[in-house]
Design a protein around this ligand. Structure first.
Ligand SMILES: C[S@@+](CC[C@H](N)C(=O)[O-])C[C@H]1O[C@@H](n2cnc3c(N)ncnc32)[C@H](O)[C@@H]1O
Length: 299
């Protein structure tokens, strides 16, 4: 929520979504949803330039100033120096996906999962690749995942662990775990994965009681969103100083930045993000990949 009140969003050009077009047609009704006291929303489009003129000179000046083939966002606060940040259009995201090196076994798992209930829950290939490279950069040997589903992210991690490495994989759904286990076997990494069937918080508590605090290098949280803070606190005990905890869905489909959305999951994620900014126990980086991931390094 930190930048909500100071940000201006500019949507550019040829790839306006339906929602943006609605804004163009009905600005008076829709703009307040995006506005806060000091924020301005401007929608830019070569095609719609004329229809926007009535919105005033401010966005028009910005339209003239910039020209790009992609959507992008500019912070309104001048102290950010009009920094342009690319916004993913479907075409640009396709391009990102084409530039991912996805192991064949992960592709097979993704495609098998695609027809299953909840398939949208698995992390995207670019996210899995980020997890894998973090594990590699860290030289991680001992990892924990909270929320396995059919195993896409856990397999991506297990594949890059050394032979002596171990991933504790926490999941409460037996059916999806069967798929995960099948792919650990097919990928030849079963010996690296310690599947813990049950409630993740119980599993993490047990690991702490078993004296494993401070012995893990890397953890990934991707389970029930209202429990994220709880998992984070437990994992902060289990991860060593210098180790990483990565949290998925921190942008929650954009709802965290919309003050009109206040359902329990959104509030929970929003509160978690806010607390993390203040949390001196970790270094943090919120990365707008997938549905948003925050990387925390234990200090
Ligand atoms: C978003 S999915 C995980 C996706 C997975 N990381 C992937 O990339 O394929 C969340 C999973 O967390 C599991 N889950 C939810 N609450 C849980 C809990 N309390 N304990 C263990 N697993 C839980 C769900 O069953 C679901 O499979």
């Amino acid at each position: 929520m930190a930048n909500t009140t100071n940000s201006m969003v500019l949507y550019h050009g040829s790839m306006l979504t339906h929602a943006h077009k609605c804004c163009l047609l009905r600005p008076a009704r829709l703009l307040p949803r995006f506005h806060s006291s000091s924020a301005t929303l401007a929608v830019k489009s070569r095609a719609s330039h004329g229809s926007l003129a009535k919105w005033g000179h401010k966005w028009k000046r910005q339209f003239v100033r910039t020209c790009s083939t992609s959507d992008f966002v500019i912070a309104n606060d001048e102290k950010y120096g009009n920094k342009q940040v690319v916004s993913l259009s479907p075409r640009l995201y396709d391009y990102v996906l084409k530039n991912v090196r996805e192991p064949e076994i992960l592709r097979q798992l993704r495609e098998e999962t695609a027809s299953m209930r909840g398939s949208q829950m698995q992390v995207a290939p670019d996210q899995a690749q980020l997890l894998a490279i973090l594990v590699q950069i860290l030289g991680a040997e001992r990892c924990i995942e909270v929320g396995v589903y059919t195993g896409y992210s856990s397999l991506a991690i297990a594949l890059v662990l050394p032979e002596s490495g171990c991933l504790v994989a926490c999941e409460r759904d037996a059916k999806s775990l069967e798929v995960a286990k099948k792919y650990y076997h097919l990928a030849g990494v079963s010996h690296k994965v310690d599947v813990k069937f049950g409630l993740a918080a119980d599993t993490l508590q047990s690991l702490i009681l078993d004296g494993e605090a401070g012995s893990y290098d890397f953890a990934f949280i991707d389970a029930d969103k209202r429990m994220t803070q709880k998992y984070f606190e437990l994992l902060l005990q289990l991860v060593r100083v210098g180790g990483l905890i990565v949290i998925d869905n921190v942008l929650w489909h954009g709802k965290v930045a919309d003050p009109l959305v206040n359902d329990p999951k959104t509030i929970s994620i929003r509160d978690f993000n806010q607390q993390l900014v203040e949390d001196k126990r970790v270094n943090i980086s919120m990365v707008p990949i997938g549905d948003g991931m925050t990387i925390c390094r234990k200090r």
